[in-house]
Ligand binder design. Structure first.
Ligand code: ADP
Length: 434
């Protein structure tokens, strides 16, 4: 789900591209879109935990995926998370996955597990499987978000051979947490990348004109018009701020709302694509949408769903992508934004700090990493902060179009792919095996 799903897919592809074998094991959630799995077929069955487990195999984005379907119905709940027995369901899955590896005669060098839901693999492996046929394996554990399941994460940290999180700054922000602090000797931050084939404005079926940094003005203009048309905004040459996010406390909801009003005050347009797992927040945004759609119907549109095709059109058609997170382990939206030549406007936290360098304040920090500044950022968590970053961005649109276009070109040419981070993971996997 969300960034975790993106990262498991794209990291696996990057490691596979380096000529290593990667298999992914997932529960066979009944709510998966199986039409996106190529050649899905029944693979085998085995018994564990008092039930039969059917194994299905198929290809997702060129990756081998095993889907475990226990006949006790644990993953036929119409959702991924959010059942009252989530802990039991995922502990069961972890145990079943290890049993699958053992009974299937797999001999992995590395078992890489992610976040609280697969954390039990770390201790189940060391307690029950290390002495059997899987003795060669080492456990790497990655924290994508410490906010969920801290107890499980702490326990996995104890048992894992190596542990990572998804940016250097977030690794420092969480270093004092009791779940992490005792394990700093085996813990580090490795930045997430994005998959350049999945996110590619030159080859994207959801946008009207293919573009690279060479014809980005033309490509983005066509995308903006298509976006305005699609969501029903006035077709005009105004600064367009895009927001693509889960609507949760983490993502800075009060700052998002403030930024919408600020953008409208400054004569701009806003498209928000967001879904809220919490029905109260969803309701709140439905009300805001109604208000905005009557007061600013030609300049504001809130799309309160999950819609990947629309997200592509927003990344391409927006001038700015706003990410005002209260905390952000890595953040992918700002990276995708840059790939599409949209300028990130972000709060300085976690991975946002590590990837966005303010045009006015971070020249030296960027230079230290051989980069050019690439966006607008702010400190603090109040409306004055957002205003500071957003006002500069919107003013650049009105008063410095040429400069802004060259900034778009610069960000588009930066490399936020897995090229570098995949090598860091390879090094880590090797270190885990020593
Ligand atoms: P998180 O994992 O905390 O939600 P990330 O920035 O790591 O945040 O990843 C978010 C990913 O999910 C991005 O690829 C983003 O484009 C996508 N996304 C978020 N909300 C939506 C939505 N409502 N519709 C489509 N894609 C979305």
């Amino acid at each position: 789900v969300g960034g975790l799903g993106d990262v498991v897919t794209s990291l696996s592809r990057a490691v596979q591209d380096l000529n290593h074998n990667v298999d992914i094991i997932l529960p066979k959630y009944d709510c998966l879109k199986f039409s996106d799995v190529k050649d899905l077929g029944y693979n085998r069955s085995y018994h564990w935990g008092g039930t039969e487990i059917k194994v299905w195999f198929g290809k997702v984005e060129g990756l081998s995926v095993y889907f475990l379907e226990p006949q006790n119905g644990f993953f036929s709940k119409g959702c991924v998370y959010g059942c009252n027995n989530d802990k039991e369901r995922f502990a069961f899955f972890c145990h079943a996955a290890l049993e699958f590896l053992l009974q299937g005669g797999f001999h992995p060098d590395i078992i890489h597990c992610h976040d609280w839901s697969s954390a039990p693999v770390a201790w189940l492996f060391k307690d029950h499987y290390v002495h059997y046929g899987l003795s060669k394996a080492r456990i790497v554990f990655t924290i994508h978000n410490l906010e969920f399941g801290t107890h499980h994460i702490g326990k996995a940290m104890t048992y894992a051979d190596k542990a990572t999180t998804v940016s250097h700054t977030y690794s420092k922000e969480v270093a004092g947490d009791p779940a992490i602090a005792p394990h700093l000797h085996k813990f580090c931050g490795i930045l997430n990348g994005i998959d350049q084939d999945i996110w590619d404005p030159f080859n994207d079926k959801f946008i009207p004109v293919s573009y690279t940094s060479e014809n980005l003005v033309e490509g983005k203009r066509a995308a903006k018009e298509a976006l305005q048309q699609k969501v029903g905004l006035r077709k005009s040459d105004l600064p367009l701020v895009g927001i693509i996010t889960r609507l949760t406390h983490q993502k800075g909801i009060h700052l998002i709302k403030h930024a919408i009003w600020r953008t409208l005050d400054r004569g701009g347009q806003v498209v928000l694509l967001g879904s809220a797992p919490d029905p109260r927040i969803q309701n709140d945004f439905v009300n805001l949408a109604n208000e905005l759609h009557s007061s600013h119907s030609d300049r504001a549109r809130l799309c309160l769903t999950y819609d990947e095709p629309l997200s592509h059109l927003i990344y391409a058609g927006a001038d700015f992508i706003l990410v005002p997170s209260i905390f952000e382990p890595c953040g992918l939206t700002q990276l995708v934004a840059m790939r599409y030549g949209s300028i990130p406007v972000v709060r300085k936290t976690g991975g946002l700090y590590d990837t966005v360098f303010d045009v006015d304040h971070d020249k030296e920090r960027a230079q230290g990493l051989d980069l050019e500044p690439n966006g607008f950022s702010f400190d603090g968590a109040d409306s004055a902060g957002v205003d500071y970053a957003l006002n500069r961005a919107i003013s650049a649109y009105y008063d410095g179009r040429e400069w802004l276009n060259s900034l778009c070109k610069t960000v588009m040419e930066q490399d936020w792919s897995w090229n570098r981070p995949a090598l860091d993971y390879m090094e880590l996997y090797r270190a885990a095996r020593k």
